[in-house]
Design a protein around this ligand. Sequence first.
Ligand code: 5GP
Ligand code: ZN
Length: 114
Amino acid sequence: MSDCLFCKIVAGEIPAKVVAESDTSLAFYDIAPEAPVHVLVVPKRHFAGVNDVIATDRGVFDELIALAREVATAEGVRDSGYRLIFNVGDEGGQTVPHLHVHVLGGRQMRWPPG
Ligand code: 5GP
Ligand code: ZN
């Protein structure tokens, strides 16, 4: 996807502070952090969002969560706790149409979210 922001970050065309990487996924700091730890984990392949991952691609989720967990460990929040969020679509609050999971931590999270 040539005009996709996160595809451009994956391709190195737009700079980002990379935290971790696997063969299939990339983790980088969110540009507008909502918590002391706020990292985005994205598949290197373009999917618009959670609804666009079909059955044969579901390993994508395993790989995202596995890298998110590595990020939590590297950022020192594995044991204190953290939150993983997939925003899906407009009412879900998704603003960038490339699948991503937010890794949030380093402060007490509130529930329910706004
Ligand atoms: P969404 O609202 O789609 O779940 O999350 C998109 C996230 O991407 C937001 O938290 C926003 O701050 C972040 N973001 C938007 N543009 C950029 C960018 O150019 N670089 C980085 N690192 N994060 C971005
Ligand atoms: Zn993309």
